[in-house]
Design a protein around this ligand. Structure first.
Ligand SMILES: Cc1cc2nc3c(=O)[nH]c(=O)nc-3n(C[C@H](O)[C@H](O)[C@H](O)COP(=O)(O)O)c2cc1C
Length: 408
């Protein structure tokens, strides 16, 4: 794969589509039900435009920042997604190395296809672990202890999955674990020899963190999709789970999947260090709002008490700059790095993150600031129906000649 000819995330997406069997591409790409939220996740970003300011010295720029106390070289976070080996045999190991090379923090998915320890050992980059309020606290506790030993900095608790969203593309393609390919799927795989060659050399696909449970559980063990959907996920869980986790985990805690101000404030009250405004990339509730629209009120409701992150639909540097100007600390990306992984393994992951980071750097210059912490709402034009104040850049207050930085 000639990555130098992939200039945008859309280029990498096309490459991934060519490389992967349709069933696998659709598993990554798809959203819930009619995919209305999935579509809005993209279109919402163009509802906001910029009010750039010029003749500021933007010659010396940086896209580095701190994320819950960790210095990182990029405002992008690798979102937790499961089963990377379904895309490339190096799976999460390639993602960990690729993210570290791009200066980005990685959130390992609990449903990873390599173990947490293997992922932590693959790179020295900052690592968080995603978990969920699973039914069995012993299972969660086991991962909490492993996370502690593996040097994981934060736990990311995903709360928007009391049940799995209805992903109709997956129903139609029949993708499931263990993979028991139908004749149509075999034909699909044969038409994608690059993926097939990688796949044939790979070991069994499984939810590696739950391997030991599978052995105990026999056929319908914790490594299988059936176990995950039926046995692990527990729709009866409440905020009590957050309180329990806060007590047993001494590292940072980030709650992922919030879309309301009252839930955000509750997360703060329960001791979270960060929240991710997310609709799970449009894969859970179809009809959930686009996250960018919910971000300002959530940021305002929690003030400086926690860091707020955003995901779902981020594909461009302009998207990241808009989110940060509205108060996000950084953005998570899901599908973009998965496209990169499909296109070219580790190098593809780095390339996908670098594309967006380089765009962020350029956009900073074009809106007239040098650092991410200089972004604010005055640089944006936000539709009035969003109900937030986007104070216009002052045109009648000249920047004093002696000011070192004219961005206040
Ligand atoms: C293939 C795939 C698998 C995912 N698996 C998980 C998961 O196991 N846990 C989780 O919290 N989020 C999961 N997500 C959601 C991502 O963490 C993230 O919220 C979403 O991908 C962001 O949207 P984007 O793909 O438009 O960037 C998954 C997303 C995709 C695309």
């Amino acid at each position: 794969m000639n990555l130098s000819r992939c200039y945008t995330i859309a280029d990498l997406q096309r490459s991934a589509k060519r490389t992967l069997p349709k069933m696998i591409f659709d598993f990554i790409e798809g959203g819930a039900e009619e995919e209305a939220t999935l579509r809005r996740n993209r279109s919402v970003f163009s509802e906001i435009t910029f009010q750039p300011q010029y003749l500021r010295d933007v010659s010396n720029r940086s896209v580095s920042t701190t994320i819950v106390g960790t210095r990182v070289g990029s405002p992008l976070i690798v979102a937790p997604t499961g089963l990377h080996r379904i895309i490339h045999p190096d799976g999460e190991l390639a993602v960990a190395r690729g993210a570290a090379e791009a200066g980005a923090l990685m959130i390992a998915g609990g449903f990873s296809s390599y173990t947490l320890e293997e992922i932590a050992g693959a790179s020295s980059g900052p690592l968080w672990l995603q978990i969920a309020p699973w039914r069995d606290r012993d299972v969660v506790m086991g991962l909490v202890e492993r996370a502690h030993r593996a040097g994981v900095l934060a736990l990311c608790l995903t709360v928007d999955t009391p049940v799995v969203g209805l992903r109709e593309r997956d129903l139609r393609s029949g993708v499931k674990l263990p993979l028991e390919p139908t004749p149509t799927q075999v034909f699909d795989a044969l038409r994608h020899p690059r993926w097939l060659a990688r796949w044939l050399g790979a070991r069994d696909l499984e939810f590696a963190n739950f391997r030991s449970l599978r052995r105990a559980g026999g056929e319908r063990g914790a490594g299988s999709m059936a176990h995950v959907t039926h046995d692990l996920i527990d729709p009866s869980k409440t905020w009590e789970e957050v309180r329990w986790l806060r007590n047993v985990w001494r590292g940072s805690l980030v709650i992922k999947g919030l879309l309301r101000t009252d839930d955000a404030r509750r997360a703060v009250d329960e001791g979270a260090d960060g929240i991710v405004v997310s609709n799970h990339g449009g894969r859970q509730l179809d009809g959930a709002p686009p996250t960018l629209e919910m971000l300002p009120s959530i940021v305002d409701s929690v003030g400086d008490s926690v860091e707020v992150f955003l995901d779902s639909g981020v594909r461009r540097g302009t998207d990241v700059v808009k989110a940060i100007a509205l108060g996000a600390r950084a953005c998570l990306v899901g599908r973009p790095f998965l496209y990169g992984l499909a296109a070219a393994g580790q190098a593809g992951v780095t390339h996908s993150l670098s594309i967006i980071s380089n765009e962020v750097d350029r956009v900073l210059a074009l809106v007239g600031v040098s650092r991410l912490d200089q972004l604010d709402r005055s640089l944006l034009r936000v539709p009035s129906e969003w109900g937030i104040t986007s104070s216009p850049v002052s045109t009648d207050t000249p920047v004093p000649e002696h000011a070192e930085e004219g961005f206040d």
